[in-house]
Design a protein around this ligand. Structure first.
Ligand code: GAR
Length: 206
């Protein structure tokens, strides 16, 4: 008996660096029952290691280097063009920011309202906002003597890191933690939560 094929969200993943969250999404998408597939990876840095992960997985990837554009408008036009190019084969249903270290304009975000999400390495609304990214987040958590931190997957709205949280998981801050040891504990949770969040979005958007 033929089973109906699983309906899938077509997602675009925006990265700036190592792309371990991208890898978690690639791994999740390798399960035929996972309700999403990655149509496009966009990196704003030509040296982003995540580009190699995309290549290895056979996923189309494009570099849109913000430094090549005079202003944010030019950069975002190039991002939209990249999304539209792939759109002609498969419309992109959802944009997933995964360690993407550029702030997007309200215009760009509003175009994708309800269809653009991000992973953040803290328990939002704590330790979010402009300047709070990557290791700065973990440094701030340790400096504030927090007893816990965590990972948040949230909708992107124009106010940085203030969009509704979709999923969150806390982790303890342990004695002797450094930004690196804390980051490791947090990112392990991001890798679990991000595919789960996409499952939730698939229920809504498909
Ligand atoms: C992740 O911890 C992600 O939450 C963080 O950068 C790391 C990227 O790792 N993003 C931010 O701080 C954005 N505000 P990855 O490139 O290995 O996925």
């Amino acid at each position: 008996m033929d089973l109906a094929p699983v309906k899938k969200l077509h997602i675009a993943v925006f990265i700036s660096g190592g792309g371990s969250n991208l890898q978690a999404l690639i791994d999740a998408c390798s399960d035929p029952d996972f309700p999403a597939q990655i149509g496009l990876v966009i990196a704003n840095r030509p040296d982003a290691y995540g580009l190699k992960r995309a290549e290895k997985a056979g996923i189309p990837a494009i570099i849109v280097d913000h430094k090549a554009y005079e202003n944010r408008e030019g950069f975002e036009t190039a991002l939209s063009n990249a999304l539209n190019t792939i759109h002609q084969q498969h419309p992109i249903d959802l944009v997933c920011l995964a360690g993407f270290m550029r702030i997007l304009s309200a215009e760009f975000i509003e175009h994708w309202a309800g269809r653009i999400i991000n992973t953040h390495p803290a328990l939002l609304p704590k330790f979010g906002g402009p300047g709070m990214y990557g290791t700065y987040v973990h440094e701030a958590v340790l400096a504030a003597n927090e007893r816990e931190s965590g990972a948040s997957i949230h909708y992107v709205i124009p106010e940085v890191d203030q969009g509704p949280v979709i999923l969150q998981q806390s982790v303890p801050v342990l004695p002797g933690d450094t930004p690196e040891t804390l980051a490791e504990r947090v990112i392990a949770q991001e890798h679990i939560l991000y595919p789960e969040a996409i499952r939730i979005l698939a229920e809504k958007l498909l």
